[in-house]
Design a binder for this molecule. Structure first.
Ligand SMILES: O=C(O)CCC(=O)C(=O)O
Length: 294
């Protein structure tokens, strides 16, 4: 177990003292090789059953916001607990809490077990002040990183730009596959300067929380290595996945809305995604069948 910012780590690049960082740098924990080979195998077998969704950034059934062009996300995703569709806007309290976190499938048994361990570790190793009442890791975003297959070869899309996660309380992030270069950066238009770089290897876990790592700094995936030149996880048409990352977060249950109870406009915005999910998921098939106006 390694608590970053408190001591230098053998396997990590040297930690540079940053005079601009506050004295209290608690709230970041990195554990390489956290996932056991048996749990990894079970998790990978379950991931293989998914049909990840490739979402468009904006609604496809109404005019685009002024000045915006439609685009697909850089990678396919899958959400559990609740699904935050890009076209509804991601959960961002207090600005956006309604009609954006849609009830989704529960965690499969292997994940529920791992989440219980992550929560216990977070409670033990992160400051109590970084938690919010009722916190649990009830939401999971699964990102599939890789390359688009094009007529002329491959187009590497394995990255995420500078951003922060708005869900309250600690976040846990579990990595599978090729090593990602994950960075905490200062907030800056066009990309911030890195404050901390963490190579995230297969089976590693990070937990992060609090005013510095979660609220002040942004984070990004700068790139993902492609050493094995292999493919990972479920087949996605036109794409070769080489890394899968699962981030676990907390959305207060009062802000999670069943698909059938979404405002009509929001329900129309995501109807095509729900229909696609319903083709392979019993949960989404039930959701679709019981929603009004189907
Ligand atoms: O893939 C990762 O390691 C980070 C993912 C991430 O930043 C996010 O899901 O918000």
């Amino acid at each position: 177990m390694e608590a970053l910012g408190r001591r230098a780590l053998g396997a990590m690049p040297p930690v540079r003292r940053d005079p601009q960082l506050p004295a209290d740098t608690r709230g970041l924990v990195h554990q390489p090789r956290w996932l056991s080979p048996a749990d990894r195998a079970e998790l990978m077998a379950w991931l293989d059953t998914l049909a990840p969704l490739w979402e468009q950034r904006f609604s496809t059934v109404r005019p685009l916001p002024k000045g915006e062009a439609q685009r697909s996300l850089l990678r396919p995703v899958y959400w559990l607990g609740n699904w935050q569709f890009a076209c509804l806007g991601y959960y961002e309290p207090p600005r956006r809490t309604k009609d954006c976190a849609v009830t989704a499938e529960p965690f499969p048994p292997v994940m529920a077990r791992l989440v219980a361990q992550m929560e216990a570790r977070a409670r033990k190793q992160l400051p109590a002040a970084h938690f919010v009442p009722g916190w649990s890791l009830n939401t999971c975003l699964i990102n599939f990183y890789g390359s688009r297959l094009t007529a002329s070869g491959e187009d590497d899309a394995a990255r995420v730009g500078d951003h922060r996660d708005f869900e309250p309380g600690p976040v846990a992030s579990l990595s599978l596959g090729e090593r990602a270069i994950f960075q905490y950066v200062r907030r800056q238009r066009g990309g911030g300067e890195p404050v901390r770089t963490i190579p995230l290897e297969d089976s590693s876990l990070i937990l992060f929380s609090g005013p510095l790592w979660k609220d002040t700094l942004y984070h990004r995936v700068q790139r993902v290595e492609d050493k094995a030149r292999g493919a990972l996880g479920p087949a996605v048409e036109g794409f070769r996945t080489r890394r899968i990352n699962l981030t676990f977060r907390f959305v207060p249950p009062a802000d999670v809305v069943p698909y059938g109870k979404l405002a009509t406009q929001a329900r129309e915005d995501v109807a095509e995604y729900v229909a696609r999910l319903a083709e392979t998921s019993a949960f989404w098939a039930r959701t679709k069948a019981t929603a009004p106006g189907r």
